[in-house]
Design a protein around this ligand. Sequence first.
Ligand code: GLC
Length: 467
Amino acid sequence: MKTQSIRLTIVTACLCLATSFQPLFAQATASKPLSQDEKMKWFREAKFGLFIHWGLYAVPAGTWKGQQIQGIGEWIMNRAKIPVKEYEQLAGQFNPVKFNAEQWVQMAEDAGMKYIVITSKHHDGFAMYGSKASKYNIVDATPFHRDPLKELAAACARHNIRFGFYYSQSQDWHEPGGAGNTWDFPSDAEKDKSGAYDQYLREKAEPQVKELLTNYGPVCLIWFDTARMMGTNNRAQRFLDIVHTLQPACLIDGRLGAKGDYRSMGDNAIPNQVVHEDWEVPATLNRTWGYKSYDNDWKTPEDLTFKLVDIVSKGGNYLLNVGPTAEGLIPQPSQDNLRAVGRWLKVNGESIYGAGPTPFGEELGAPDPTGKKDKKGNPAFAAKTDWRCTTKPGKLYIHLFQWPTGSFELPPLVGANNHSPVVTKAYLLADSQKQALPVKQTGPKWSISLPAAAPDKMNSVLVLEMK
Ligand code: GLC
């Protein structure tokens, strides 16, 4: 009874703190609970977000004791089996004096991104904010002594960009009870059996998630990851309860180990077909999430723009990652490539933000006719890449990656009650005059005459107004 009332007082205190933050939050705490559609509204509109993987792993940047370590940068502690006592020393060297929250958020805005999700604690267990629940954090354990997440929350509020946290709830290689570190500590099964794992959850992970939802204003989403051992003892449910109590409007991704608010696809895994639910693809700009000094395998702006359109045309969101350096800088090629996508979005954003999936499907490709298998042994898919379609009520946006000579032929469309839809006007989105292009109907077929040259080499968008 007593604990109950103490808990209630804490929750009320937290809610008061959070409400004092910003008007956005007021919406969430208003008496009427939000419907799922209301909760998802911003996410469905946003489409494009910035993921940031930043932590102590930026110091070794992929190299440990002179050796380049295979795999993604933020896993270096695990891949090189670095003992906790040694890895901890990195905190003393982490002093990102070039970090500038305003510049990071400005870059996200320039890229046309509408939300930011940053690692508040990754699997290495190091909190990138001032945490009272663990001294192993950037404010207490590094010479930097600043809380970058506070600074980013403030900058996001200024720029009207939503702010959310990645939080590794299960893996914590720093704690004897956290999952994943079996080179310093016993196996995960033993931690589970001995109660050490639940102790870690109760004493670190749960309190930290509460801190994040209390001290940083409105949190648009929490991105949990690698749901190891979440299935028993109500573990995932406890996280759900914390989020729902402290910030009912905060979304939960698909990797908690309980049903979240949307589906998280695999890393860099874009589905072949339209997926009719809320979903997001986390993706890299090169081959790592956390900074690696020698990974320069950058995706081009053309490729990134294609992937963004491809994802939106299949109904999803694109969460695209940068891995800042230990000095606090976002690698220049990341910035340049993202800004190039942003320039395309400045002209063509109408076809992306809030847009729905394609009504066609044949433009996406088809299962390989020869029965080939992909790397995972699944039937291979022969993707097509000439064009994609995104939609808004009364409008089709045809994204032309290959500029057709002469005209574009629209595949047959079936409207409601078998009425054939009618194209009432066609124009190029890049044309501020919206000059009508000649449209020809032959039976159920529509063809749109195009000028000889594409307005945009990367992707020109043809708008079709429909009835
Ligand atoms: C994987 C990795 C992790 C990364 C995440 C991003 O689950 O474990 O390092 O943060 O993918 O999607």
